[in-house]
Design a protein around this ligand. Structure first.
Ligand SMILES: C[S@@+](CC[C@H](N)C(=O)[O-])C[C@H]1O[C@@H](n2cnc3c(N)ncnc32)[C@H](O)[C@@H]1O
Length: 365
């Protein structure tokens, strides 16, 4: 490495460490923050081959005004993708995750985007559903394997260890395709697969099978079991579908899954019951996401900023925290009037939207 580059790298690492220390000090204490967001999830396009029953963008049941994000079409250009990555890197956002309200690998520039993120950050991560037709047509298997050293992790949904149950919830996905792709990539790389299972009363019975399958197929994976955002547009997204404290069957299933995970070398993280309200909403101190919401300028869907696809966004009125390109640097966006006001209110127990009462992180009065 040339000496100037080396000095720059040391300086950056030092600054990143300082940012992390400031985060620890200022989290849920300050409304104006001295550190940049801990991560940005970059939503690259809306097109999808799945119609997941819980998805606020693509579920059939989310139509007819039941979700503020349903059917919003857009696709980010390579130029704008690069601009966002550059602003994040310059602003010391430690990590940018490539994701989408749709399927990232349906974007024609996905490989170019992965390569650009690697060029700037040295390493990247992305989400995909491993849709077989698209992967075969473009030989994305080998393209991912080629980039294996530079891919920190891949996130993907597997909603049950029972293929039929997975396929009924993640409509358009095939359990075997997802597993055989992870298996294939694992044979040639050390990429970590962060497998997401959205927990509901409909899909907790076969988690052990999922862990066994990951182990048997030698997939380097973690299983992240997360609570559902109950958007309430069908039975699967209803308040009755979430994991609550009285549900001893789910509690038992989660305990068994954690134990089996330990035995099989697959780390498993489990959520608290939805109604335990253990932690207040910390998203406004940690992360940003580009994702379109109804009410945004359709020309600017690709640069609309939120913190995540929570109920404040999907069924409430929180449709923007600003447009990315209105700001020259990330700190101006991160400390804009909207975000600072939200943090100030949260510090007084006042949540940003009326829909926040439906969230597990609601701890307002
Ligand atoms: C828009 S999605 C899907 C991206 C990609 N096409 C895929 O299938 O993996 C991004 C993430 O949001 C999660 N998600 C979507 N709806 C959700 C809900 N109602 N509750 C919790 N997580 C949800 C999904 O499980 C997924 O991990």
């Amino acid at each position: 490495m040339n000496p100037i580059k080396k000095i720059k790298t040391i300086f950056r690492e030092h600054s990143l460490k300082k940012d992390e220390e400031s985060f620890q000090k200022e989290y849920y204490k300050n409304s104006v923050l001295s550190y940049p967001p801990r991560s940005l999830t970059l939503g690259i396009s809306s097109a999808c081959n799945n119609k997941c029953v819980f998805c606020a963008y693509h579920a059939e049941d989310a139509k007819n005004g039941k979700s503020n994000v349903q059917g919003l079409n857009y696709s980010i250009s390579m130029e704008n993708f690069k601009k966002i990555i550059n602003i994040c890197y310059r602003g010391r956002v430690p990590h940018v995750h490539i994701c989408a309200p749709g399927e990232p690998f349906l974007h024609k520039n996905i490989l170019e985007m992965i390569d650009y993120a690697i060029k700037i950050y040295g390493i990247t991560s992305f989400q995909t559903n491993f849709h077989r037709a698209v992967f075969e047509k473009n030989n994305y298997y080998d393209e991912i394997i080629k980039r294996g050293r530079y891919v920190k992790y891949i996130t993907t949904d597997v909603l049950s260890g029972d293929p039929d149950e997975h396929e009924a919830l993640k409509k358009g996905s095939t359990y075997e395709d997802v597993f055989s792709t992870m298996e294939k990539i694992s044979k040639h790389t050390n990429i970590l697969f962060r497998v997401h299972l959205i927990l509901t009363t409909y899909n907790y019975k076969h988690i052990n099978n999922l862990i066994d399958d990951l182990h048997k197929r030698k997939i380097n994976a973690t299983l992240e079991i997360v609570n559902l955002h109950p958007h309430n547009f069908n039975q699967y997204t209803s308040n009755e579908a979430v994991y609550t404290s009285g549900n001893t069957d789910i509690e038992k299933a989660l305990k068994e899954a954690s134990e089996l995970g330990k035995k099989k070398g697959i780390p498993v993280s489990v959520p608290q019951p939805f109604d335990s309200h253990k932690n207040p909403c910390g998203s406004f101190w940690t992360r940003l996401q580009t994702w379109p919401v109804a009410g945004n300028d359709p020309e600017r869907y690709h640069e609309n900023v939120i913190v995540g696809g929570c109920n404040a966004v999907v069924i409430g009125d929180l449709n923007t925290l600003g447009y990315f390109f209105d700001y020259e640097n990330i700190m101006d966006l991160w400390n804009n009037e909207i975000l600072v006001d939200i943090r100030k209110n949260l510090l007084n127990g006042v949540y940003p939207d009326k829909a926040c009462v439906t969230c597990q992180s609601y701890m307002g009065s």
